[in-house]
Design a protein around this ligand. Structure first.
Ligand code: FAD
Ligand code: 2HG
Ligand code: ZN
Length: 486
């Protein structure tokens, strides 16, 4: 568990008193808070990776937007620091306190508000779990436009707050396009009702966009309005075994030509990532042999025979042209699940290593595997990788090829400052040279905020700080994170 080196509690924030706790109790009631109960507080103080831990003594679980407003208004007046929390699945330490910040959990706000089956527009509380929303929509023939491995726990509000990308962005686009409206509470308690259900609305600045990806630093999102697509009636999943990353790119290029409108995911993982998965899972192999790279392709359409024919032809062509060495199309749902299970299970498997350095970066697709290889070289030259007693176990790559998004993961024998010094800022400099982003989809939190200048100019960071100070003049929302503090 990381100790937040270089961070000190800012004395401008008030320490909680029993009067404060009594006031909060008057808003949310006895069942709406957890106070000084270490066992119950643990889950809210610790992040998903078990890497970051805060010492909050108070978790508040409001049930209504008005309660969120009352809480924030009081915190703002009293200068009490607050961490908004959704499903606590974030991977950059943004959802847990560093010190004694009050956690405002949205888990009590989990009602669907409305659904229009003509337009496909859903409105819901921010605390709805992504998978529950998707299941609910499934019964009506619709689906959520995003999907990620954390779907069973993450909240739609947390998804908006992080601008989560996920596994089908290549098809359904980013939340900046699918979200039509939000309801958010500003730090002074103002309820910003922008719950539009309009697809078109060019009246003034598009304020909701500022909240998408703001990671709980300018307001608490309490409601969302989102455009949901029809659930496809025919879904197919295939796995390719590929010899080189060049061929992964060729397969991608060709998939857009041959599978075009039915392509709904194009993911890859390298064999090193697969080995880590196998180490922690009792997995039957999907293919007879192993390959340097694996490509997962999903199609979503409305005509099973047509889609099957397209996918089979594509696979045949890939193999005849020597782009893929092997290819399997899932024959039933359980095989599809197995194929997806490896891709979606990589994060969890890596989490079982003694330590793991995680990077979520975007760049031109052609550079993705160069990044992995150059990092291996760099760690080897630095004496941290390649020998039995090296601290680094492996350097593995996987991610969303269609989005130019690499998940570079470096499992190590322990959290070792020498390893970290070799990786950072080397990697950020590398990414910056490619005009890439140091955080493609996971956000900044407490892990990446100090490195923002590798992806954003000085004038952009200055404007971001201005926005923050206008919307949250007392800095009560998610302090120490997101924007550079040093
Ligand atoms: P939390 O972790 O609780 O919070 C994340 C941030 O948002 C924090 O800064 C928090 O303060 C803020 N926040 C949360 N709720 C609100 C709210 N209502 N109002 C204001 N601020 C709020 N991410 C991807 O982008 N793509 C993936 O494919 C992906 N796959 C993942 C797979 C696994 C196995 C795991 C563990 C994580 C994955 N993630 C992925 C990261 C993570 O799940 C997403 O960032 C997710 O959107 C976070 O949602 P959450 O509800 O858990 O938010
Ligand atoms: C994914 O795409 C997630 O699986 C997690 O974004 C990535 O574990 C990671 O680094
Ligand atoms: Zn991802």
């Amino acid at each position: 568990v990381e100790k937040y080196p270089g961070f000190q509690r800012d004395d401008k924030y008030k320490k909680l008193t029993s009067t404060d706790v009594d006031y909060f109790r008057s808003i949310v009631g006895d069942t709406g808070l957890i106070y000084q109960n270490e066992d119950d507080l643990e889950a809210f103080n610790t992040d998903w990776m078990n890497k970051f831990r805060g010492q909050s003594q108070l978790v508040l679980k409001p049930k209504t937007t008005q309660q969120v407003s009352d809480i924030l208004k009081y915190c703002n007046e009293q200068k009490i620091a607050v961490v908004p929390q959704g499903g606590n699945t974030g991977l950059v330490g943004g959802s847990v306190p560093l010190f004694d910040e009050v956690v405002v959990s949205l888990q009590g706000m989990n009602q669907i508000r409305s659904f229009d089956d003509v337009s496909g527009i859903l409105t819901a509380d921010a605390g709805c779990v992504l998978e529950s929303l998707d299941n609910w929509l499934g019964e009506k023939g619709f689906m959520m436009p995003l999907d990620l491995g954390a779907k069973g726990s993450c909240h739609i509000g947390g998804n908006l707050a992080t601008n989560a990308g996920g596994l089908r962005l290549v098809r359904y686009g980013s939340l900046h396009g699918t979200v039509l409206g939000i309801e958010a509470v500003l730090p002074d308690g103002t309820i910003l009702d922008s719950m539009s259900t309009l697809r078109k609305d060019n009246t003034g600045y598009d304020l909701k966009q500022l909240f998408i990806g703001s990671e709980g630093t300018i307001g608490i999102i309490t409601g969302i309005s989102i455009l949901t697509p029809r659930r496809p009636s025919a879904i197919h999943v295939a796995l390719l075994g590929v010899d080189s990353f060049e061929d992964v790119q060729k397969a991608f290029k060709q998939s857009r030509i041959q599978l075009s409108e039915i392509l709904s995911a194009f993911e890859y993982y390298d064999n090193n990532a697969f080995q880590i998965f196998k180490k922690h899972n009792d997995a039957r192999s999907i293919m007879d042999n192993e390959y340097p790279f694996y490509v997962l392709i999903e199609t979503s359409g409305s005509n099973k025979d047509h889609d099957e024919e397209k996918l089979n032809t594509y696979l045949e062509d890939m193999m005849t042209d020597g782009i893929a060495q092997d290819g399997v199309v899932a024959q039933d749902e359980s095989q599809s699940k197995r194929i997806w299970g490896v891709r979606e299970g990589l994060t969890e498997a890596l989490g079982k290593e003694p330590a793991v350095y995680k990077y979520d970066i975007s760049m031109p697709v052609s550079k993705i595997n160069d990044c992995v290889l150059e990092m291996r070289d760099h760690l080897e030259q630095g004496g941290a990788f390649g020998k039995p007693d090296s601290p680094v176990i492996d350097v593995v790559g996987y991610g969303h090829v269609g989005d130019g998004n690499l998940h570079l993961n470096i499992p190590a024998k322990s959290a070792d400052p020498r390893v970290l010094e070799l990786i950072e800022p080397f990697l950020f400099e590398w990414v910056s040279k490619q005009k890439g982003s140091i955080s493609a989809e996971h956000g900044l939190g407490i892990s990446k905020n100090q490195y923002l200048s590798y992806s954003k100019s000085e004038s952009m960071i200055k404007l971001m700080k201005t926005f923050k100070s206008v919307l949250d003049p007392n800095g009560i929302l998610n302090p120490y994170k997101y924007l550079p503090t040093k």
